[in-house]
Structures are given as structure tokens and as C-alpha cells.
Ligand binder design. Structure first.
Ligand SMILES: Cc1ncc(COP(=O)(O)O)c(C=O)c1O
Length: 408
């Protein structure tokens, strides 16, 4: 079974000759279409907004496209705050969801006017200390319900082990204190599933949030005007998986919130850009050891998900189909870590050095998770535009970049 590609061999060859290999390629048309699908699915929800999780794809060229598609942005760090500031994105389009956050970063989020999403009572103190008696626009609190949400939870962790968010009892304390601090409006946030394909999980999250809102409103005598259900809409990374039924997810959420008058927000990253980013890499060697390894010029530092989560990413060998025969390979990078493997025991068309492999669904939590272990450098990022042309979004990291922070 195959996954389709939005480009042909010819354009990939050109991109590699211009920018090198490995290289990330993003499909603008795909990103725009998925954004539109998301907004269409939530058309029933007045003022619905997806605050795109910047951490998924913090590339300004991509963020600009998402802004045009009506997305807001969920930022989690100082660098991300400075990125959206540089892009001129106004504060009412920003959610600031960070945990264990520094006072300086909080101050910047406040300066930008983001909806500040409080992770813990300790950080509520810092926030209230910063706004003093001036009040603030919109404040959210992050809730981690102890109840189990149906479906998988590998990435986010079981609630009792999760370092994020507050218990319901702590939320009561937080909103009571916020009520006295001249806050204009309130939101409640939770993100309890990640890469989830089961629509029931989102119904569970919605129900837990609705129940919490009812209790908070009663106990704290405030009105929660908006709810942020987090990200976590999943991808069918495997070809035999059905894609997320977006309409079913939206319906589940609508059933819970339809007559509440509460504004619905999400903060999906993966669902929006994940399927539309491709890690393009070239085969260096075919190595016959106890198993047969395909050594490619990308490594785990370019895409950490397979090594970190044993995540599956589909691989296409460009221009090769199975008619010439297949072989079972491990596809590996050059990092001195034995989990530096993009695929294990994967049946692929027989390939040779020089062949180009496309690693699918790498557009979110891909390049962004890159690192420099073993002195390896990050790859460039290229946008395939809707008219078929392409443009560089981020150049390749160089050894000079790598040396820049060193005091020799
Ligand atoms: C607070 C928060 N929101 C949103 C997201 C986006 O998740 P996803 O890209 O899986 O939708 C994440 C991911 O780590 C997150 O931590």
C-alpha cells in the first residue's frame, strides 16, 4: 500500500540539487486544505478558533500561511513568543500555554496580551504579582482531570503522572483568586490525549471539561466564556489506518457544548501540518550485517519521533515500485545511538545508494524536535507553493552556526 505525494521526482531532484539532502518539504496546498477542513467541521461553533501549536512547526513561513487561514497560535516559550511578535500577530490571537514558566517569559506573554493559560497555583502567584492591580484581559487555567479518557495516551502520559495542569480543587482556588484580580474573561483548558484517532476520546474530554465548568461557575461564581480542548487530533501514520473522522469529533463536542453558549477553541498542531511535511533523504549505503541496513543521510536529529516513540512513519522510495522486488530493511541514520532508525524490518522496494527516500507525515513535531547531538546539523525547510514553485523557508544549519555559541 502507498501514500500519495504532492510532488514528482523531477521537483525533488531540483530541490535537492539546490538546497541539499536531507531536506524538509512542506505542501502549502495540503496545509491550506486541512485548515479549511478543520474550520468547516467546526462551522457550528460560533467564533471557533484553532490556536495552532507553534511547537509543532515553528517555521515563520508556515505560520504566515496558517494566519491567513484564520488560525491563532498557541505558544509555549520565549522564543515562540518572540517569533509571533516578529510576525506581528496580535495578542488576541495568542494563547500562552507553558508549564514551569519563568517570570520573564510570563511578563512577555502579558506584554503581548496573550490569553495566559495558568498551569499551576505557583505560577498563578507569579502572574498575579506581574499584573498587580491593573487587571488583565483573558485568563485560562489548565485542567488535568484524573479520570481516564478512552483511547491511547502514549505521548501525553497518564493523568496521575502528568506534570501539566491542575486538579479540580486547585482550579477552584485559582478562579476564586483570579475573580478578585479584575480579569475580563475566563477560559478553561485541557489537553489529555495526543495523536488520538478515536472520536469518543474527544467526547470524554469535552464532558470532563463541561462538568468542571459547571462546578467552577457554581463554586467560584464566575462565567467561563470559552473552553480550549487542546490539540491531539491524530494522524493515520500507517497506510492501513483510517484517518480521523473530523466530522464525528466535531459532532461529539457539539453534543456536549451546543446549548452552552461557550466558545470552543482547539490548539491542534499535528493534524494541520503533520501530513503535509516530508523529510527527503538520500540513500548512502546498503549495509549487510546480521540484518540489511539502508544508511540514509538523515538521522534521528532530523526526525526524532521513530527513535523516541517508536513511531511509524511511512517511507516511499522515489521512482521505485515493488515490481523490481522488495527487501526487508532497517532504515538508519548516522547517529551513535542504536534507536536512530526510521524503520525497522520494513519491506521496501529494493534500493541502491543514491536513491531518494521520502519519509511521510513529518510536518509536525519533526524538524522542530531537531537537535545537534554528534555535531549533526539541522536540515533546510522548503515550501512547495500552490502554483507548483518552491521557496526556501529556512536554510541548512552550517558548522559556523554550530560553532557560534562556543567560547573557544
Ligand atoms: C499544550 C499543547 N497544546 C497543543 C499541542 C499540540 O499537539 P498536537 O500537535 O498533537 O495537536 C501540544 C503538543 O505537545 C501541547 O503540549
Amino acid at each position: 500500500m502507498t501514500k500519495s505525494l504532492p510532488f514528482d521526482e523531477n521537483i525533488v531532484t531540483k530541490i535537492i540539487s539546490e538546497f541539499g539532502s536531507p531536506v524538509y518539504v512542506y505542501d502549502e496546498a495540503g496545509i491550506r486544505n486541512t485548515s479549511k477542513e478543520l474550520y468547516t467541521a467546526f462551522a457550528w461553533a460560533k467564533d471557533y478558533k484553532n490556536y495552532f501549536a507553534v511547537k509543532a512547526t515553528p517555521t515563520p513561513g508556515i505560520l504566515k500561511i496558517l494566519q491567513e487561514e484564520g488560525m491563532g497560535f498557541d505558544v509555549s516559550s520565549r522564543s515562540e513568543l518572540l517569533t509571533v511578535q516578529r510576525l506581528g500577530i496580535p495578542g488576541d490571537q495568542l494563547f500562552y500555554t507553558a508549564n514551569n514558566v519563568s517570570k520573564e517569559d510570563f511578563a512577555l506573554a502579558i506584554e503581548l496580551g496573550a490569553t495566559v493559560n495558568i498551569d499551576d497555583l505557583s505560577q498563578l502567584d507569579v502572574f498575579l504579582g506581574l499584573i498587580k492591580d491593573r487587571g488583565y484581559g483573558r485568563v485560562s487555567c489548565r485542567y488535568t482531570p484524573l479520570s481516564i479518557v478512552s483511547g491511547g495516551n502514549d505521548i501525553i502520559g497518564a493523568p496521575r503522572e502528568a506534570k501539566y495542569g491542575m486538579s479540580l480543587d486547585n482550579l477552584f482556588v485559582a478562579y476564586k483568586r483570579l475573580k478578585e484580580a479584575n480579569i475580563k474573561s475566563f477560559c478553561l483548558h485541557a489537553m489529555v490525549v495526543s495523536n488520538e484517532l478515536n472520536p469518543r476520546s474527544f467526547a470524554d474530554t469535552a464532558n470532563l471539561l463541561k462538568d468542571a465548568i459547571d462546578q467552577i461557575e457554581e463554586k467560584c461564581n464566575i462565567k467561563i466564556g470559552a473552553v480550549n480542548l487542546g490539540g491531539g487530533f491524530g494522524l493515520n501514520y500507517k497506510v492501513d489506518q483510517a484517518p480521523l473522522d473530523l466530522t464525528a469529533v466535531s459532532k461529539e463536542i457539539e453534543t456536549v457544548f451546543k446549548d452552552s453558549g461557550i466558545t470552543i477553541y482547539t490548539e491542534n498542531g499535528r493534524f494541520v501540518t503533520g501530513p503535509h511535511g516530508y523529510l527527503v533523504t538520500t540513500v548512502r549505503y546498503i549495509m549487510n550485517k546480521y540484518k540489511t541496513y539502508v544508511g540514509v543521510d538523515a538521522s534521528m536529529h532530523n526526525l526524532m519521533r521513530p527513535g523516541m516513540y517508536r513511531a511509524y512513519h511511512h517511507i516511499t522510495v522515489l521512482g521505485r515500485d515493488e515490481s523490481r522486488g522488495t527487501k526487508t530493511y532497517d532504515v538508519v541514520g548516522s547517529l551513535c545511538e542504536n534507536n536512530d532508525k526510521f524503520a525497522i524490518d520494513r519491506e521496501l522496494p529494493e534500493c541502491n545508494p543514491g536513491d531518494v527516500m521520502i519519509i511521510h507525515d513529518a510536518g509536525a513535531h519533526g524538524h522542530a524536535m531537531g537537535f545537534n547531538y554528534n555535531g549533526l546539523l539541522k536540515s533546510p525547510e522548503v515550501l512547495l507553493e500552490t502554483d507548483g514553485s518552491y521557496t526556501l523557508l529556512r536554510r541548512a544549519e552550517t558548522v559556523d552556526d554550530y560553532f557560534r555559541t562556543i567560547v573557544w
